[in-house]
Design a protein around this ligand. Structure first.
Ligand code: IPE
Ligand code: IPE
Ligand code: MG
Length: 244
């Protein structure tokens, strides 16, 4: 199976400010970078690409900025269908659709449905996404199921990790292998909290609008050199008893 890469696309505002432009211009450029990265990713062994487009906390920004980002999303969703068809890209969504402007929610649901049969790379748009929010929604979905099941069977049913995983937004998508954050910030900002338990992190100082396919290739190359242990002892060095 190919890789699942998640990207916290940060730095649009700083990119614009550095040029004396409005923050919104940074988002416009950021969209261009995102398009390029999607194009490049499928050729790099990436089967799943999760893009952090808009967080549950980003509503705290001005009405103008939020409105501009939603407009970009509307345009992007309408314009990219033929690209998805040509490249067999399946688009999916993570986050709470119910709190998005109704037309945006409808467009997202439509593009997810229209690309459902494409068997190439999956691009997961994290839009109105928060890791905590996803976990809370998953637990509530699980509880609703459990209430029914336990009253039918007369037994109490417990929540465990599998139950939560099964009720996440995209339960069949494997956990991310690599999470990239641009613009030099060392934090998750509520991205894929549950799923990233064993993800490798890669922080790039470059601002998102400056990102190119070469930067993605470098990040993937760096990831491939890492040793992932998942809590176990699995290298020849460890087994030989060398000090860690
Ligand atoms: C990331 O860029 C895009 C979104 C969060 C929507 P920012 O807008 O956060 O850019 P900076 O961090 O202010 O530079
Ligand atoms: C994270 O970036 C969200 C997205 C990239 C969509 P933010 O810019 O919102 O994160 P903070 O506020 O710096 O933590
Ligand atoms: Mg930011």
């Amino acid at each position: 199976m190919g890789l699942h890469v998640g990207i916290i696309m940060d730095g649009n505002g700083r990119w614009a400010q550095a040029r004396g432009l409005m923050r919104t211009q940074g988002h416009r450029e950021g969209l261009q970078a995102a398009k390029q990265i999607v194009k490049a990713a499928s050729g790099m062994g990436i089967d799943f690409l999760t893009l952090y487009v808009f967080s549950t906390e980003n509503w705290k920004r001005t009405v103008e900025e939020v409105g501009f980002i939603m407009d970009l999303v509307r345009q992007y969703l309408k314009a990219e269908f033929s690209f998805c068809r040509e490249n067999h890209i399946r688009v999916r969504h993570a986050g709470d659709l119910s709190k998005l402007p109704p037309d945006v929610a409808k467009d997202i649901a439509e593009v997810c449905k229209d690309t459902e049969m494409f068997a190439g790379m999956q691009v997961i748009l994290a839009l109105n996404y928060g890791g905590r929010d996803e976990i809370v929604r998953a637990v509530n979905k699980a509880l609703a199921g459990i209430a029914g099941a336990s009253s039918a069977s007369g037994r109490a049913i417990e929540i465990n990790e599998n139950v939560i995983t099964k009720h996440l937004d995209n339960p069949d998508v494997p956990d991310p292998d690599l999470i990239i954050r641009t613009a030099g910030e060392y934090r998750t900002s509520n991205f894929l909290l549950w799923e990233s338990a064993y993800a490798e992190y890669y922080i790039s100082d470059k601002l998102w609008p400056d990102w190119t396919s070469a930067d993605l290739a470098e990040a993937v190359e760096s990831f491939q050199k890492r040793e992932r242990r998942f809590g176990a002892v699995n290298s020849a060095i460890d087994e030989a008893g060398a000090p860690l």
